[in-house]
Write a protein that binds this ligand. Sequence first.
Ligand code: UD1
Length: 420
Amino acid sequence: MEKYLLEKSLNIKGDVFIEGAKNACLPILAASILSNGNTIIKKVPFLSDINVMCSLLEEIGISIIKDLKNKYIQIDTKNIFNKKVSYDLVKQIRASFLLAGPMLARFGKVSIQMPGGCAIGVRPIDLHLKGFKALGAEILQEHGVIEINAKNRLIGTEIYLDFPSVGATENIIMASVLAKGTTVISNCATEPEIVDLIEFLNKMGAKIEGGGTETIKIKGVDSLNNCEHTIIPDRIEAGTFLVLGAATKGELNILDVNCEHLKAVTSKLREINVDIEEKDNKIFVSGKNIFKNVDIKTMPYPGFPTDMQPQFMSLMAIGNGTSIINETIFENRFMHASELGLMGANIKIEGSSAIINGVEKITGAKVKATDLRAGAALIIAGLCAEGISEISDIYHIERGYYNIEEKLKKIGAKIRKIKE
Ligand code: UD1
């Protein structure tokens, strides 16, 4: 088992280059199912989740050529066929269910296993299925397998989402692009990753309007063509390094970012008294000031992202006064609180709220990355704690942070991977 060993590393300094967004790349890879021929996707973050999605596509006959050095993928769908993909791959990433929409659109039917729950909550797929049903598909769920059958072609309709789910919005968009007539989805998610997916689909010839707003209109077309697309910057990787720079009292230049996508994060950091300077596609962060306490409520975009909540909890834990986090997106996303507690943080959980009393110092301990962003929070804490911290289950972290060890070493962080 691999672990990270971390030592206190204050005043880290330097440049951090941000990768393409994992959460934009996953649905875009799934959407390539809809193309006829070759698609090129640039700025691909070659993370384990992306590799699993590529393997899923290869199982249905899609040819994938990866250029790791230049960070692009070439996709050829000419030999695509319909098949139930293997559960061994499906269960590894929740985003595997994003195959359902495009396969349903392309083949008129799809059979796929439930992606299962995960550490941060139950994560049902009822909203995805409600959307497919509204488009005219019949759904049969038995023994963990979902059979979705459109009989003929899906038919455009009006769909209201009970909650602006990111995945459901993406899946329903991908199902509707080849439907007969027009589909209007209201109360949909407005995340930048959805806007990126829409841009990719429109480049292939889809007719989608309203990306980034709560109402998306999709005029069905008969087929989609090839295209070339560059993935947007990963706002969560960027946000993580912003918090890390602040927490370690360092000075970092975060490069290749979209500042617009990070407004909720940068304004909260400013509220904490962190210096932030934004210019073009770069953000400078400095954590030299005395921190103030702050309250956070996670919300769908453009609200504060749930994927940044654990990292902020680490920052608040070493801050001043009492801060409160209200987690409204996932019902079980405070597993990092008890791990931070092992390091001496003072955090109480009451239902969907975490009450964090800043302490003067935290100390290194043996802790476990319970999920991806929880792991990122522990890295931040480990770099601020006295002594040595040991983080286990780091495969979670590597699902979402490309080359994190090298990137951290380059800016002066004391981190080392060990095998046991
Ligand atoms: C995506 C992101 C994830 C992020 C999350 C919220 C990807 C690959 N993952 O996940 O990193 O934390 O958005 O910003 O892009 N829900 C239902 N029924 C459904 C679908 C969702 O009840 O059919 C609930 C979920 O249980 C959760 C909430 O809606 O409580 C938000 O989930 P959703 O927006 O769908 O997140 P994901 O797309 O899974």
